[in-house]
Design a protein around this ligand. Structure first.
Ligand code: AHG
Ligand code: MN
Ligand code: MN
Length: 292
């Protein structure tokens, strides 16, 4: 079944936005070969951008903003929320290319999208949906719009076709852990030790979207914790943690900053960071229950 058919029944403006994002992701999947290397610019986090970061960001701004599909657009690669003329009140937060430091070694990267109404600076549990695309051996799109989590694959004809419907998080013991061990906070160190003692196997590529995709399918937990030097972690609440957390929660998992359900956190700015624990309910309950 084609993605457009699967989306029947959702609000028309949301369907158009999701299909618009899907079209851009097809262009991105074809554009890696012609946009290699570094750009000359840094983003607002002081990270040097890849040419693909800048190019993909421009494609989304054109397709979603300038063509009127959404009213508000916040991008990890832009300093401010952008507002456009539009008949809808849709707000999109987007990480155009997550994991882009891995482009130079040709590992899987992806696009992460959160969908809101009336703005973008809202807690994750007010999202109307979220989606991501990973550019791996296959280009795969996963969406959740409040009615299950569904996966599509880009086929040889250039169409996204259904691959798996109603995904639920796996039950294997896998552990993706960011940050350096010598900077761990005590409760985090205890969490990791408990999982290791329980036989969890390490999985961490450096591409959040790909790492969480693996956890979603296989099970376990991904964490990029708060650490000594950055107690609110590294990953961005609006562009990375909340959309992926929404999807994993819809698939029967959970997401936390270690203290509360991450989807209840009201972002104060679009660039806000959050520690993240994302995966099975059991693992997320474990970290939330540890004394801090
Ligand atoms: P981005 O490429 O959008 O800047 O995000 C990179 C993020 C995320 O994908 C990954 O989990 C993390 O940074 C890796 O960070 P370390 O290099 O510190 O492990
Ligand atoms: Mn990212
Ligand atoms: Mn990025």
């Amino acid at each position: 079944m084609h993605l457009s058919k699967h989306l029947e029944g959702y609000d028309k403006d949301i369907v158009e936005a999701v299909l618009g994002i899907a079209e851009v992701s097809k262009a991105i999947s074809r554009g890696f070969i012609t946009h290699q290397g570094k750009a000359e610019s840094d983003n607002i986090y002081g990270e040097q951008q890849a040419r693909m970061d800048v190019w993909a960001d421009g494609l989304f701004i054109k397709e979603l903003g300038e063509s009127g599909l959404v009213r508000y657009l916040a991008s990890e690669e832009q300093p401010e929320v952008m507002e456009f003329e539009s008949d809808t009140d849709l707000g999109i937060s987007i990480d155009p290319l997550d994991g882009s430091s891995l482009l130079s070694v040709n590992l899987t990267v992806g696009t992460i999208v959160g969908i809101q109404r009336g703005g973008v600076l809202k807690p994750g549990n007010e999202m109307v949906g979220a989606m991501y695309v990973i550019y791996g051996p296959l280009t795969v799109l996963v969406y959740a719009l409040g009615n299950g989590v569904h996966e599509f694959v880009l086929n040889a004809d250039g169409d996204f076709v259904l691959r798996r419907e109603n995904l639920t998080i796996g039950s294997e013991k896998r552990l993706g852990q960011g940050a350096a061990r010598n900077t761990y906070l005590l409760f985090h160190e205890e969490f990791i030790s408990m999982l290791e003692a329980d036989g969890y196997k390490i999985r961490f590529s450096g591409s959040f979207v790909a790492d969480v995709h693996q956890i979603l399918h296989k099970g376990g937990v991904f964490t990029y914790p708060g650490y000594r030097g950055s107690e609110r972690g590294k990953l961005r609440l609006l562009f990375e943690c909340a959309p992926m957390g929404y999807i994993v929660t819809q698939a029967g998992g959970a997401v936390s900053d270690g203290y509360v359900d991450l989807l209840t956190i009201q972002p104060q700015s679009i660039s806000e960071r959050a520690p993240v624990y994302i995966g099975g309910k059991r693992e997320i309950e474990l970290i939330m229950g540890l004394p801090k």
